[in-house]
Design a protein around this ligand. Structure first.
Ligand SMILES: [Zn+2]
Length: 375
């Protein structure tokens, strides 16, 4: 798509949704809304509202109920009709879903499996308040927090543009961005978001998925290896900054049984004898892993293997595995997929005096920061 058209779409289509804050809680500033999945596949949802609210039909917007406060009510999937409910909070109202507070509107919808999903419709800037806290330490220098805010805003907006889901753009888990709702906001995080308000990264005028991860372990990787996106800002590059990260090097001992159980659950039945890297990228991350054993060897993508065993147990695909008795000892470098900005590297850069722009230019080369909206 022509980049001018893309930016135009961002500016026009996704701005201002008049239903947000329909009860007049905010001045008429333009909003870019993101739809964040906060609960999935639930039998019941607890809702609690302090302050005025309206419940309207999700599809037709018809007012179902209004009041000055809603004392802990449980919605059961079996009782809800297929249309779903939208919660419109009034002025200064606080909305809690399963005891966690969220800003913006809440949709309670029944999915195809007759389970409930809950989606938070929220201004992208307010969404970022909740994301950043879970992505980086709020005690880190402001320049790294600003860099993170711009990268996370870009990523969220990109997801909004490409989302194919009828109900949401982003899921609140590690596969998109971790979103903690209102309780994960702090002063320094809000400041970093506010100081960069409306700023996103573009490459050749186009928005792109600005991936990031905790620690690269010495070299970031090409996005093309995992997601098939081959553009200069998402190609791997050396990083000498993250050596102070606690995850720069890691070691993990796991029982062979534990790994074979997980492989079995994923449909791979094998009595493991050894784990070997078949192919690594230039950063050292394993592209293909060979699981040797009986009845036969299994070849898996390195990333797939990591996700099956557990991304928090095997922190990256840059590892060596050695069998010792009943255990497998993994020794590796870095934490995360290794693509885009290395957060611990960014932290070290900020401590050395680099600005947010320098950090972003380093990890996403060739990009520029542009401002969207009438901020
Ligand atoms: Zn790094």
């Amino acid at each position: 798509m022509n980049h001018r058209i893309l930016i135009f779409l961002v500016l026009v289509l996704f701005f201002y949704n008049p239903s947000l804050y329909a009860m007049g809680t905010r001045p008429a500033r333009r909003h870019i809304l993101v739809r964040v999945l906060i609960v999935k596949s639930a039998k019941e949802i607890n809702l609690h509202i302090r302050g005025p609210y309206r419940l309207v039909g999700f599809e037709d917007g018809e007012v179902l109920e209004e009041g000055r406060g809603l004392r802990s009510r449980t919605f059961f999937a079996k009782d809800l009709d297929s249309g779903g409910i939208r919660v419109l909070p009034g002025k200064r109202a606080r909305v809690y879903v399963n005891k966690r507070q969220f800003r913006g509107e809440i949709d309670i919808i029944k999915d195809k499996e007759q389970r409930l999903i809950v989606v938070n419709n929220i201004d992208i800037e307010e969404y970022l308040y909740g994301v950043l806290y879970n992505e980086v330490s709020h005690r880190w220098p402001i320049e790294v927090l600003k860099a993170q805010a711009i990268a996370a805003r870009t990523y969220a907006l990109y997801q909004k543009l490409v989302s194919k889901n009828r109900y949401f753009d982003l899921a609140a888990d590690i596969y998109s961005q971790v979103y903690g709702g209102r309780r994960s906001e702090t002063w320094s995080i809000r400041r970093a978001v506010n100081l960069t308000r409306g700023q996103i990264l573009t490459y050749n005028g186009k928005i792109f998925p600005s991936y990031y991860h905790a620690t690269c372990g010495g070299h970031t990787s090409d996005a093309v290896t995992l997601w098939g996106i081959d553009i200069p800002p998402l190609r791997g590059r050396p990083c000498n900054f993250c050596t102070m990260s606690p995850y720069y090097r890691w070691k993990k001992e796991l029982r062979i049984d534990e790994i074979t159980d997980r492989l079995k659950q994923a449909g791979y039945d094998i009595q493991l004898v050894s784990i070997e890297a078949l192919k690594r990228d230039k950063a050292g991350r394993i592209l293909d892993v060979l699981l040797k054993g009986r009845p036969e060897n299994i070849k898996l993508g390195g990333n797939k293997f990591r996700l099956i065993v557990g991304p928090n147990l095997i922190k990256s695909t840059n590892f060596k595995a050695q069998i010792k008795g009943r255990d497998i000892i993994f020794e590796g470098k870095g934490w995360g997929h290794g693509i885009g900005m290395c957060q611990w590297g960014a932290y070290a850069m900020a401590r050395k005096g680099y600005k947010a722009e320098d950090i972003l230019r380093y990890y996403y080369p060739g990009t520029e920061i542009v401002r969207i909206g009438n901020n």
